[in-house]
Write a protein that binds this ligand. Structure first.
Ligand code: ATP
Ligand code: MG
Length: 340
């Protein structure tokens, strides 16, 4: 079986970290890469923000590996490309596993944040009239149900005993209220998994004080955005964490960090977030296509990453190390070949 993988090199440090991911996938074999043009770097060469058939091509792929894309703050006319990709590919669940590294992380933990990825304040219905700016928040029963079901299925597949809903339904009685009601209705179909809830403010506190008490966290879009950065700080840095955005037909895998223009093109970027995304891609294809060899490879890559970070100290300057981006890639590849 040959899998078709879309490759978005991205902006800033994107191309450097994506390159390390491609080295890993090429080593494993059975992947065909399809370059997909999108972003500012692409625009500077081609005059448009993304290739015309970007979404048609992407929809037909098994998965997409994606570097970070620049989202300018100062342009009101412009919607984020990341958001456009989510909408067009219907990537409704954003999955971010956070597992501690000994000697690097704050505490010991292993939990996953599942973030609703399409609604909430991200729908971009905003305006200003006479000095009053308004933003509209959306929660639909349909999305609440789809993402709740995803969270429980994820917990079941991973053998995790509970899902915790993070919300603020005591204040946002309609939007978070609907999510909460839907979540507990879906929970009835999963008697083997405990359904819990915690207010978002309390969840921030508990994530710092007792991160080991969480397994799967389900959260609306904006809280998920904020809590993911908090969780990345617990792990040891933005550069270590990866994410999967899942849709009904395809899925997009990317690092949690952004474009980091300050260190772009210097071979200094930390590629572990992108390598984590690669591990998640292998796992997703393994599960969704019933390919046990890819599940084995994802385990092997997990081991290779852990050994490199924890035992070999193969880390970039952001984590106090002396390794260059490509040398981290070398170390992980070496570990991967010795594991198999
Ligand atoms: P965005 O606007 O997409 O969030 P950003 O440049 O703010 O992009 P962040 O991921 O928020 O990117 O990173 C903030 C800072 O953290 C970067 O400027 C960089 O110094 C550092 N950083 C982020 N990711 C990495 C990485 N993978 N390796 C090394 N340093 C990183
Ligand atoms: Mg940022």
């Amino acid at each position: 079986m040959v899998y078709k993988i879309g490759v978005v090199r991205g902006d800033g440090i994107g191309p450097e970290v994506v390159e390390q991911a491609l080295r890993v996938l090429s080593f494993i074999g059975n992947f065909e890469f399809v370059e997909l043009g999108i972003g500012y770097t692409y625009m500077s060469r081609h005059g448009e923000l993304y290739q015309r058939d970007f979404f048609d091509v992407a929809r037909g792929l098994d998965a997409v590996l994606k570097g970070p894309l620049n989202t300018p703050w100062d342009r009101r006319d412009f919607r984020s490309l990341n958001y456009l990709i989510r909408r067009e590919l219907d990537l409704y669940a954003n999955v971010r596993p956070f597992k501690s590294y000994e000697g690097l992380s704050l505490g010991r933990f292993d939990f996953t944040i599942v973030r609703e990825n399409l609604e909430d304040l991200y729908v971009g219905v905003e305006g200003e009239v006479g000095g009053v700016a308004v933003s509209v928040r959306f929660t639909s029963r349909q999305e609440a149900e789809r993402v709740s079901r995803f969270a429980f299925e994820y917990a079941r597949r991973e053998g995790l005993e509970k899902v915790t809903l993070v919300h603020k339904a005591n204040i946002l009685k309609y939007t978070d209220g609907l999510l909460r009601e839907t979540f507990f209705a879906v929970a009835k179909d999963y008697p083997d998994i405990r359904a819990e809830e915690v207010l978002v403010d309390t969840s921030a506190y508990k994530l710092v004080r007792e991160p080991s008490s969480f397994r799967v966290i389900l959260t609306p879009n904006l809280y998920g955005d904020i809590l993911s950065d908090l969780a990345a700080a617990l792990v040891g840095g933005l550069g270590l964490c990866g994410s999967a955005q899942i849709g009904p037909r395809t899925a997009v895998f990317e690092p949690v960090h952004g474009v980091a223009f300050d260190i772009a093109g210097k071979n200094l970027a930390n590629p572990y977030g992108m390598l984590e995304a690669t591990r998640l891609l292998l796992k997703y294809l393994g599960w969704s296509r019933g390919d046990s060899s890819l599940l084995k490879w994802s385990k092997a890559l997990e081991g290779a990453i852990r050994r490199a970070v924890q035992e070999q100290g193969a880390v970039t300057p952001d984590l106090g190390g002396k390794y260059h981006t490509s040398e981290v890639g070398d170390a992980v590849l070496k570990n991967l070949s010795s594991e198999n």
